[in-house]
Write a protein that binds this ligand. Sequence first.
Ligand SMILES: Nc1ncnc2c1ncn2[C@@H]1O[C@H](COP(=O)(O)OP(=O)(O)OP(=O)(O)O)[C@@H](O)[C@H]1O
Length: 481
Amino acid sequence: MDEINRTKEIEELLLRVRRETETMKNQHDEILKELQLIEAQKPALERQLSEARCSERELEDKIVQAVNLLITFKGTRDELQMEYDSSVRKINRYRALQTEDPSVISPAHFFGTSFSDIIEATENFKPSQKVGEGRYGSVFKGILNHNKVAIKMLPSSGSQSDSEFKIEASMSTQVEILSRVRHPNLVTLFGACPESRSLIYEYIDNGSLEDYLSNPAKACSLPWQTRIRIAIETCAALMFLHANSSCNVHGNLKPSNILLDVHFVTKISEFGISNLVSQNENCLNLYTSDPKDLEYIDPESLETGELTPESDVFSFGMVLLRLLTARAARGALRDVKCALERGKLDSILDMSAGEWPLGIAKKLANLALKCCENDSMDRPDLVSQVWAILEPMRELCSASSSVDSGSKRKIPSHFVCPIIQDVMTDPHIAGDGYTYEAEAIQGWFNSGHKTSPMTNLMLDNCDLIPNYALYYAIQEWHQTA
Ligand SMILES: Nc1ncnc2c1ncn2[C@@H]1O[C@H](COP(=O)(O)OP(=O)(O)OP(=O)(O)O)[C@@H](O)[C@H]1O
């Protein structure tokens, strides 16, 4: 019985296995059939694949061609735009010349201005038009030929021996020479009225550095970055003057002669004025000056009566000390010396300028003290020593870019033309490697200059090359505004 049962079980198992084998065989046959079907489709699919690859390559070529075309069109469009802009500017210039537009400032408009024009411009020297009084006379603001100007009334010559004609002629020549001395950090002398012994300057809106430093409420408008920039710009203007044959010494540098425009760009005034007044008047003015003003004058030149570029270096040192401390000049000299010796410079820095970086402040303080050495031979050279220390600090001041103010969008400093101090629309590279607004640098060359407005060194040529990279960067910057 056992044997029979086992045989039965084995037969059942065998039957199950047979059925499963049958099912698997059927599945295998079906898969085989599908495989054959796919095999049959394979050549057609492979054909489709290679066709797709071909059209992919063709499309890629077309995209490359389209991109190249786009780049060419963009270039042509930009060139046309530049040509258009420059043509519009030329047309405007010609129109202005044709119609003698009074808003076009030309020194010629101010030469030989009559006394009656001066009276009209200053509303008959109305007290409210007076902006200040200095060693050489009163300064009035006024409108001449639709331009805002500052009119400095020099005292009458007092010389009985000179004929009026001779005085007027020499003044006109001097003024003409001085009016050609142009630098972004010098106040432009537009002309003069010899009849009334008055000088006509561009009007600078924001007052003087003295106005800011002597008023604690205003001093905080000059953060340390702006102060360093003012020092750098003052140094640049002095280097320019010292290299200039017609006016190679300022001779009266002090915070009240460092004017600031609406963007707090430095504009030095009063250069060359000592050439316009007689030696006697100069001495007289010196001795009747406010003693505070004498503090900026080189003690050596006070003794000898001779002004040299080293005298300007002394005055520059004094200005630096005031920028750092806002204290009265002589006091600042003594205090800074003591503070440096005691390692306590931070105790006398003007905190209304914000938190001065101590390393930088120390460098400036030491530089200022060197500039103020009593012996002019011990003072540093402006270009190789003073500028070499100040120029690398320019980067630090970019945070307070001259054209940037607070909430306004920050203008990258390299977008700003050093001559017009505004964002360039047609940037061109000159022979000195600096980029300028084409019209401004062309005007500089047209007025007879053959030097760099930035370095005052002689240029090899007056060629101008369009700075396309900068042009595109400025355009892009405008578009993201
Ligand atoms: N171009 C100008 N634009 C605007 N304000 C000016 C201009 N020139 C001078 N001033 C203002 O007139 C005032 C008198 O200037 P001025 O240069 O005659 O005298 P000072 O600098 O005080 O002394 P100094 O005669 O010894 O230089 C200054 O406070 C200055 O702010």
